[in-house]
Design a protein around this ligand. Structure first.
Ligand SMILES: [Zn+2]
Length: 303
């Protein structure tokens, strides 16, 4: 982005406090060497539209583009230009909004805003820096301003996945911030409901009334592949509180980076589709194609 220094230096203090030597995330955080802010922030050479085009030209399926949100970026970098965090997050928000308009204008069919810190506020204290949940909702809505006229906007929330690790010792709940989350200006919102349990589903269904609700049915922390019947059970539980036309099935979070093998990740996705198909069949809906489980391609099948 414009406004950042050309070179980067490690921030020893940040590594020492968030992941001391001996912590599984130490090497990961230590290697995350970021430039600092030295001038006014702008989109610069983000090139989101170019990145999306390179991915989208490989498939006819719609490619969703995910982006960081201002508060996490603002909290991660040193700043020699802006007065404080508030000024910094709003500058980043305006710059991301400009870049995302270019992406939407290029034809990107779905943009996902990754990991707003709204649901993390009660866990971390009363605020995120100086920002409370109301400020973070305002910031989110500024970052996506005008985009829903051009494309579909999703909001992704989870309880963390660096190197497939939970960030918190105990299971967390969305309940304290669901009302705030319902005010983000999006078409869909995702919730982690597998690895952190299904306890929030009723409250989610009661609070989120005007958006699609995306639930996680796959745990991104564990190598044990879910069984399709487990996935189906979780979906049936969600359907007690969320109508099927507003329910979307997904994984709790991404399985990328270094934490999980492609084999585990692939078969977790296969289980997700097969489990969802069990429920689709019960509801009389069309089942999704699942090439990975199609017996026609088994070499053992007799002719
Ligand atoms: Zn996530």
């Amino acid at each position: 982005m414009a406004g950042f220094s050309a070179s980067a230096e490690p921030s020893a203090l940040r590594v020492a406090t968030s992941a001391p030597r001996g912590h599984v995330l130490h090497d990961f955080v230590e290697a995350r060497v970021l430039p600092k802010i030295v001038g006014p922030i702008g989109p610069g050479n983000l090139q989101y539209a170019a990145m999306w085009k390179v991915a989208q030209r490989l498939t006819r399926k719609p490619v969703k583009f995910g982006t960081i949100l201002p508060e996490l970026l603002a909290a991660s970098v040193d700043d020699e230009y802006y007065k404080d965090l508030v000024e910094r997050v709003w500058a980043i928000s305006d710059a991301l909004n400009r870049e995302l308009h270019d992406l939407a204008d290029a034809g990107c069919p779905v943009i996902q805003m990754e990991e707003p810190q709204i649901h993390m506020v009660p866990v971390r204290g009363k605020t995120f820096g100086k920002l409370d949940t109301g400020d973070l909702v305002q910031l989110f809505n500024n970052t996506v301003k005008g985009l829903r006229d051009k494309t579909e906007i999703w909001c992704h929330t989870c309880w963390g996945n660096p190197s497939q690790q939970r960030i918190f010792r105990d299971v967390q709940s969305y309940r304290p911030t669901l009302a705030a989350l319902s005010r983000v200006d999006t078409d869909a919102i995702t919730f982690e409901t597998c690895s952190s349990g299904t306890g929030d589903l009723e409250a989610i269904g009661e609070t989120i009334k005007d958006k699609k609700i995306v639930i996680g049915v796959i745990d991104h922390h564990t190598l044990q592949v879910e069984r399709p019947d487990q996935v189906a059970d979780l979906i049936r539980e969600a359907l007690k509180y969320i109508p099927p036309d507003r329910l979307i099935i997904s994984s709790d979070c991404g399985m990328g980076r270094e934490g999980m093998s492609r084999r585990h990740a692939t078969y977790k996705m296969v289980a997700m589709v097969l489990g969802t198909n069990i429920v689709r069949k019960e509801l009389g809906l069309t089942e999704a194609e699942c090439l990975a489980a199609d017996p026609r391609f088994s070499l053992a099948t007799a002719r």
